[in-house]
Design a protein around this ligand. Structure first.
Ligand code: 9MR
Length: 447
């Protein structure tokens, strides 16, 4: 996945544009999402990148979520880049992390048209050869993790938008029966794992989800092992389908489980308070729809932080799609998830002051930055903003505040004339500083 933590400062440098990242002034030690979910009989998950599972990223992944989905680590192209030579490093790492944190793993994914190794996609195969390649792949991967995977996204994205089958190498080479075969092979390799078909744009009732519905119905009638459907839920701000809960319910009524497998809600950048409030409502309504249906067992976000999301790389100009910002501070969307899971949160979308740190210009040895303190629903009569520089940055000058730096720790207090931040208003102070190597954006604490 693309890392915005390294990507954005460079973009700011190149374009000279301001880089503005917000962090809540404070957030209470709220009940972790996984505990809230457990109290509702649900599992809450996130897609993860194995190499990132340390430090703050690892802390949040372990503390907040009860399920992990490898974002890329279990895809065919990752695990068998050369025919017959396997690399399980990242997949093993994620499984080990999950076990150490008492988490489920959702295996993702066994049969897909994308992210396959080139030896497979460039090869010329008879139908029989293709079938045995697929059977071997499924037996090898599912067998390796037998007993360790709660659920597999066995088949990923088999449909076109109009509900016809997507013409992939599998469909073209093996016919629609590849789906039943893949499920049957996966079941033979790990009879305890729940087996899913997973797709996008199937969240509401529409032609594509109805095709999925009809497929699941016929697979069940034929005795094919199918346990669940995954609704990916890569959504656009303000566009949660009105029929989401109804759609979840109709699948549940077929006798299968439902999981929201890849939830994110993208918005046109830059984010602002209005968009973030809408995003909170969107996350909340998706999770609430799952909570309302007993057989909806898992809600998984596709990356929990905006620093580790596929969205900006795929939809230029869009992003901020996850519940945590690039600095791992929970966004309103996080609290939307918590509230839908029955949590009461103490970080209100209103009645708070926040500090926003920005690099407004940067050159080879120095940069100019600013911090804006803004309040809504409350006010301040004095303020103190502090942060820690992560890469040796050193303040040289400040204006509209009194700033001191001790080691990496910077503290700025208001000047005599700008301690008041009114409800609905803001105060900005500026500074110059030196940097070398990198210039990561710190999290600013108010208090
Ligand atoms: O998050 C994945 C990203 O890192 C990859 O570049 C991308 C390649 O298609 O796949 C992403 O995950 C996809 C998932 O496996 C299936 N549903 C759509 C997801 C977003 O593209």
């Amino acid at each position: 996945m693309r890392s915005l933590r390294t990507g954005l400062p460079l973009a700011a440098l190149v374009t000279g544009a301001a880089l503005l990242l917000s962090a809540p002034a404070a957030h209470a030690a709220d009940t972790p999402l996984r505990d809230l979910a457990a109290a509702k009989g649900k599992v809450v998950g996130t897609a993860v990148t194995g190499s990132e599972l340390t430090g703050g990223y690892g802390d949040i992944a372990g503390a907040q979520f009860s399920s992990l989905t490898p974002g890329n680590a279990m895809k065919w192209g990752t695990v068998e880049p050369t025919q017959g030579s396997f690399d399980w490093t990242e997949a093993d790492q994620i499984v080990a992390f999950a076990q150490a944190h008492n988490q489920q793993v959702r295996g993702h994914t066994l049969v897909w048209h994308s992210q396959n190794p080139s030896w497979l996609t460039n090869g010329t195969w008879t139908s029989a050869q293709l079938g045995s390649l697929l059977q071997n792949h499924i037996s090898t991967e599912v067998g390796r993790y037998k007993g360790e995977i709660a659920a597999w996204d066995v088949v990923n994205e088999p449909f076109n938008e109009d509900g016809t089958y997507r013409s992939t190498l599998w469909y073209t080479g093996l016919g629609a029966n590849y789906i039943a075969q893949a499920l049957t092979w996966a079941h033979a390799a790990d009879p305890a794992a729940k087996l899913y078909i997973n797709d996008y744009n199937v969240e509401g009732v529409n032609a594509k989800s109805t095709a999925l519905y009809n497929l699941v119905k016929s697979l069940r009638a034929a005795g094919v092992p199918i346990d669940g459907v995954g609704l990916q839920a890569h959504l656009i701000l303000g566009q949660v389908p009105a029929t989401l809960q109804q759609n979840i319910q109709r699948f549940a009524d077929l006798g299968v489980d439902v999981a929201i497998t890849e939830l994110d809600v993208r918005m046109a950048l830059p984010a602002d308070a209005t968009k973030l409030a809408q995003q909170k409502a969107d996350f909340k309504s998706v999770v609430a729809a799952c909570v309302a249906v007993t057989r909806c067992v898992n809600v998984t976000v596709w990356g929990f932080t905006d620093a580790d999301s596929w969205v900006p790389g795929t939809f230029p100009g869009y992003g901020a799609a996850t519940p945590y910002d690039e600095n791992y501070a929970p966004k309103p969307a996080y609290y939307g998830v918590a509230e839908a899971l029955g949590g009461t949160t103490t970080t209100p979308p209103t009645g708070a002051c926040s500090a926003t740190y920005g690099v407004t210009s940067q050159w080879n040895t120095g940069f100019t930055g600013q911090v804006t303190i803004a309040c809504t629903g409350t006010a301040l009569s004095s303020w103190r903003a502090s942060w820690t520089y992560g890469a040796g940055q050193q303040l040289t000058q400040a204006w509209n505040a009194t700033c001191t730096q001790s080691g990496a720790a910077v503290t700025c207090t208001n000047a005599s004339y700008n301690g008041t931040v009114p409800d609905g208003g803001s105060v900005t102070f500026g500074f110059n500083a030196s940097w070398s190597g990198s210039n990561p954006v710190p999290v600013v604490t108010l208090g």
